[in-house]
Design a protein around this ligand. Structure first.
Ligand code: SAM
Length: 316
């Protein structure tokens, strides 16, 4: 018997948002533990060597077919052993949900580029980008919450990345301070975290309310404008959240498209079947039709729900 229940206001919205035939499965995913996934840190080892090392340590893991360098733990009971392994302590692997890995993968930062991560802690995506860049170039990582900022610094040190420059700052001021500076910007925005809700941890949704969603949207709009200002002409911005709410996703991107005529959405091509197109309308609001190019990752046993939008700054 299930004891804890998701907030009724949340499930009612989810029902209106999701394809009806997927709703039951998706709702059920909030009541089950997620499998453990992780990725190799290419600055310290390679995928094959990590796989061998973990097998020798008695851990059963499988490579994720569609994402090189990513693995899943075959036996959920081995999670603790994974977090106590030398590979974990010494930064040869990073535990991260597969949905989160999609954001750096789609932004595709290259060696030698100038990259900004505007909401960085604890650094999972920052570190994945440093790995993709082979630790060459410049990567600015911004985080205003002190405790989280220090955790970010510790994770960077463990991973051995040298190109990451950390700033204990509010992301809203970065665009003004560093205009037109970056080739690519990641804004993995602070959000209502709806996709992290779990009835196994009722505290995960204890503070959810439609008002919280609105408050998140206000901050997200300011952050996306700041991210945009910091981007070079021709540059790319990846906007993501772990919320299902259209107010925090399509509406924020639509706000940017309306304010900045040089902003253009690019298709988000995800290598998994569990996704849906971005909405072009929600409640009484109509969005730019190109919002359809964005993607909502639908949660599964191993993937969290997630929203992804990829934008290009046209040189006008
Ligand atoms: N990208 C991170 C990762 O993959 O590890 C997760 C980022 S989390 C979704 C959002 C982060 O934004 C939180 O660490 C939060 O403290 C931070 N944040 C909150 N307000 C912010 C602001 N005004 N400017 C920049 N970051 C902010």
């Amino acid at each position: 018997m299930r004891e804890a229940k998701l907030p009724a206001g949340f499930t009612e919205r989810l029902r209106r948002l999701l394809p009806p035939e997927r709703y039951a499965d998706i709702e059920a995913s909030f009541h089950r533990p997620k499998s453990t996934t992780f990725r190799v840190n290419p600055l310290k080892t390679d995928a094959q060597a990590l796989h061998r090392e973990l097998e020798v340590a008695g851990l059963r893991v499988q490579p994720v077919e569609w994402l090189p360098g990513a693995f899943r733990l075959s036996d959920p009971a081995q999670r603790r052993a994974l977090t106590e392994s030398n590979a974990f302590y010494e930064g040869r692997l990073y535990i991260q949900n597969l949905s989160s890995m999609l954001a750096p993968w789609l932004l595709d930062p290259r060696s030698g580029e100038q990259i900004l991560d505007l909401a960085a802690a604890p650094g999972g995506k920052t570190l994945m980008m440093a790995g993709m860049m082979e630790d060459r170039g410049w990567l600015s990582a911004v985080e205003p919450v002190k405790e989280r900022f220090h955790r970010l610094r510790r994770n960077i040190e463990t991973a051995g990345a040298t190109i990451i420059h950390t700033y204990l700052k509010d992301g809203r001021g970065v665009g003004r301070a560093c205009p037109l500076m970056f080739d690519r910007v990641l804004l993995d925005a602070p959000c209502s975290s709806e996709a992290k809700f779990s009835t196994l941890r009722p505290e995960s949704y204890a503070y959810w309310s439609p008002r919280k969603v609105k408050e998140s949207q206000r901050l997200q709009k300011r952050l996306i404008l700041s991210a945009w200002e910091s981007l070079k002409p021709g540059g790319r911005l990846l906007y993501s959240t772990c919320s299902f709410a259209p107010e925090e996703n399509e509406a924020v991107v639509d706000f940017l498209l309306k304010k900045k005529p040089e902003a253009k959405l690019l298709p988000v091509n995800v290598p998994v079947p569990n996704h849906m197109e971005g909405l072009t309308a929600w409640e009484k609001k109509r969005f730019d039709p190109t919002l359809q190019l964005t993607r909502r990752i639908l949660p599964t046993e191993e993937m969290d729900g997630f929203f992804l939008a990829l934008l290009k700054k046209r040189s006008v």
